[in-house]
Structure formats: C-alpha cells, structure tokens
Design a protein around this ligand. Sequence first.
Ligand code: SAM
Length: 282
Amino acid sequence: MKSFTETLSDGYGQTLSIDELLYERQTEHQHLIIFKNRFFGRVMALDGIVQTTERDEFIYHEMMVHVPMLAFGKARRVLIIGGGDGGILREVLKHPDLEQVVQVEIDQAVIDLCREYLPNHSQGAFDDPRVDIVIADGMAYVEQAESGPFDVIISDCTDPVGPGEVLFSSAFYAGCRRLLCPGGVFVAQNGVVFMQPDELVTTAQRLSPYFADTRFYTLAVPTYAGGLMALAWASDNTALALPDQQQLAQRYRQAGLNCRYYTPEIHHAAFSLPAYIQQLLP
Ligand code: SAM
C-alpha cells in the first residue's frame, strides 16, 4: 500500500495511507499532491507538508476566521493571503456585514485543483461576487497595493520555507500594517509551537514594532501534528482580542454561525497560553 510521510523532525513524522491518489504534480511554485485517506478523507499537501484535510479542516478555518471577525464586529473589507484551498474564504463569506474580500494567492494551480478535488472547502466561495482573486506573491501585494484599508487581514500561508517564507518577514508585517484600518486586526498561522518554537519567537519579535498588541492564540488540529498550533494576532486596538463573551455570543448568533469548534468560550480560552509557550515570549 502506498503512503505519504511528512517528516516533522529527526526521528518523528506522520504517515497517512494513500488509499487513492487523485492528483500529483510540480506546479510553477511547489510540489502538490491530493490523495484520499480512509480516516481524514481528501488530503492536500504542498512540498511534503500536509496543508489541509476534509476531516479536520473546520478547526483551523473556524479559528483563523471567526476569532478576528467576531472580535472586530462588523468587518466590511477582508484581505486573505494564501488560502488557495478556499476554506478561509468560505468562512469569511458567512459574515453578514462583509462587502469585499481580496484573496492574494501565489499559485493558481492550488485554487484550480482544490476547486476540483476539495470542493467542500470552498463550497462555491470563489464564485461569490464579493470576492476578488489576485494571483500574485502576497509580499509584493502588501508592499504595493493601494487597495486598503482592510478591517481584517488573514495570512493562511505555507510554513516559512519555499514561497511562504516571505510571509513571515518584517517587511510583510509592515505591509499588512499599512493596509489595515486603524484598530484593524492581522492574524496568521504560526506553526506548531512544540515543533517550531523559533517561529513563535521570531514572529513576536517581528510583529511588535508595528502593532500595539501582539499575542498568540492556540488550537489543536490533528494533522498539524506535535501539539498546539499557534495563530499570531496583531492589532493597534489592545481591547479587541477579548470582547465580552455575551457580545461574542450575540455576534455569533447574528452571523447565523453553526460552528463545530469555535464558541465564545473557546475564543477566550484560546488566548490563555500554556506555560511552555508563555516562557518563549518576552
Ligand atoms: N492551512 C495551511 C497550513 O497551515 O499549513 C496552509 C494552507 S495552504 C492553502 C497555503 C497557501 O499559501 C498555498 O495555497 C500557497 O500556494 C500559498 N502561498 C505560499 N506562499 C505564498 C505567497 N508568497 N503569496 C501568496 N500565497 C502564498
């Protein structure tokens, strides 16, 4: 039987059976494989790293989107960097005040192949009239675009190797700050802390010159193996991250959300970090 092994560290990895190979090719930017696994359903990996699976994607997408969107309240304009599988876009579009989403994805092939082989991720989101797709490097976009301000910016990128590396740079964070409205919020996937502690330290150092409030919140996604994943949070509004839980519950109801991971209680709890993570931060 064929299998896919992701190396997480020397002596540690995760292996998934490839029960059906659906697609594999080298795109212009990265190696892409989509296969069917009997436990996780369809799986998409880039450059040997699992990006998303049908079975556990809701955890990541709900927490990447609903934490900043419900904290901000009435977000009208949202920028997504990366996110080619469409899961972030699907969740952003559920928010009733939304007027426009710009999504900047470097690799057209990821969008095309995920629309074909992982249609439950986007669920038609790419055809929504509020969506503008830009095929470009997110770094170049945030440096040059005049299309701000955005209320919320979400960086759903690959890890800091290959094309995703620039999305963890100081210059990228400065560009995002420039495109945010006053009091807007930037969130970004920031790896599994137990496996990539340096990523957390570096991101905290690089974000802090540009934002009054930089912090992290966590979630556990089975295929992002090795423990808690950290999501970076940055805003000039120091009160934004943790609105009153009743207010969050009201916004949740108004948006008609029916989440499987996010709750207003989880929203608050996710910002409480275990000691081993706190100890990495200044
Ligand atoms: N959720 C995943 C994770 O945490 O591992 C990542 C999702 S995957 C959709 C990330 C996307 O970022 C890919 O589609 C990739 O093509 C895109 N990407 C990587 N580098 C980029 C860049 N410099 N600009 C824009 N998109 C980029």
